[in-house]
Every structure is written in C-alpha cells, then in structure tokens.
Design a protein around this ligand. Structure first.
Ligand code: AMP
Length: 219
C-alpha cells in the first residue's frame, strides 16, 4: 500500500507518519528529511539548505533525483508513506510515472489540517534535537532541562526555517503550491481523507486509526 501524507509544516506529519507506518507496515520517506541529511559541505547540500532556510521549494529536478535514489532501495517494495511529497503537480505526475510501470498507485492521500495561526504557534516554539531528531515545544512539551533533549541529552536547536520571519513564507508556500495539489490528486481519482490535526498528537493518531479502519485499510 502506498500513502501520501499531506499537511502544513507543524501539522505533526513526522509524529503521525511513525504511527501510520506501524499500522500499515510501510516505509516512511520524508523529502524534507532526505534534504536535511544531504552532506552540508557539498555544493548541492549548501544550495538546498539555502532554499529550505528561505522557506522556498527545492527545484523539481533535484527533488526527483534525490527521491528516485531513495526509491531504488529494497525497503520500498512493501509500500511507502510519502511525507512532504508531492508538493507540485509536476512532482505528482512524476510519482505516477514511477508507480504505474510497477503496478502501484497512490492508495490513499491523508491530509492533516491545522489553521495558519496554529502553524505559526507550533513552529516558532519548536526545538529539535541535533542528535536524535526528537522535537519539543517550548510551551506545551518543554524539555526537562533547558536546551537538552529528554531522550538522549543531545543539544536542542531551532531550525533556520522555524524563525518567525521564515514561517510566514512557508505558510504562504503551502497555500500556493501544496494545497492545490490536493484538488489535483482528487481530480486524478485518488482517495483523499481529511484529518483534524488541531488536537493532541495521541488524539490525532486515534482519529487516523479510526479513519483507516472505516476506509477498510486496516481491520
Ligand atoms: P518538510 O520537512 O516537509 O517541512 O520540508 C522542509 C523543506 O524541504 C520545505 O520547506 C522545502 O524547502 C523542502 N522540501 C521538502 N519536500 C519538498 C518537495 N517535495 N519539493 C520541494 N521542496 C521540498
């Protein structure tokens, strides 16, 4: 089964992706993570980081090349959960081109919805662990020791793109590029299911589980 996970930055896609992958037994692929894991000293790594820090979109050709490399690994055969991809109609077309000859299709598009105000509130207060990638919220999920990760003791930092001045362009970009993608995928006949992401992570997970059950994807 292949799933596409949609949602604005800060909607909790990372947390929910883990939950969905466990439920469905599919592999999580986040294009944002693929980009963040590029060698920071390489020309490509520097170029991509500059785009991400500005809240822009990495060009389609670069995105497709990096995703294609990831999709060439064996762990994608039993299904993938694509997180943060596709973000443009061109990427959606490329995805279909990759899937069709392999007898695969996007079985489900899950869209986690939160308001713009909530995106702002979540992102500017978000801190990430440099070592294990765990995320904290300075007001709602603060670390026990300031500046240090509860899980591994790693250093917490704010992503360059989570500063107040960078968050608004990301929200604008979501409306401009990513949201139209939902209607595009709907027109292509894919099943789109909307999830309310405004609740606590556990409640959102439960609502995803119920929805997957109602739609017949799990028992
Ligand atoms: P995310 O972790 O999904 O919020 O992505 C972080 C950043 O990576 C985005 O703001 C974009 O700059 C870039 N990015 C991630 N996925 C894509 C994509 N499919 N196409 C273009 N840029 C992307």
């Amino acid at each position: 089964m292949d799933v596409v996970l949609f949602g604005p930055p800060g909607a909790g896609k990372g947390t929910q992706a883990e939950h969905i992958c466990k439920l469905l037994g599919v592999t999580h692929i986040s294009t944002g993570d693929l980009f963040r894991n590029l060698d920071k000293e390489s020309e490509l790594g520097k170029r991509v980081k500059a785009i991400m820090d500005e809240g822009g979109l990495v060009p389609d050709d670069v995105t497709m090349e990096i995703l294609a490399q990831r999709l060439s690994k064996g762990d994608v055969d039993s299904g993938v959960l694509l997180d943060g991809f596709p973000r443009t109609s061109n990427q959606a077309d490329e995805l279909v081109k990759w899937m069709t000859p392999r007898g695969r299709t996007v079985d489900l598009v899950l869209a986690i919805n939160i308001t713009d105000q909530e995106v702002h509130r979540r992102l500017v207060n978000r801190r990430m662990c440099r070592s294990c990638g765990a995320s904290f919220h300075m007001i709602f999920v603060p670390p026990k020791v300031e500046g240090l990760c509860d899980n591994c003791g790693g250093e917490l930092y704010q992503r360059g793109s989570d500063t107040p001045e960078k968050v608004q362009p990301r929200i604008d970009g979501y409306h401009k590029w990513t949201l139209p993608m939902l209607s595009y995928l709907e027109k292509k006949g894919f099943t789109i299911v909307h999830i309310d992401g405004m609740n606590k992570p556990n409640d959102v997970s439960q609502s995803i589980t119920s929805t997957l059950r109602e739609e017949g994807f799990i028992q």
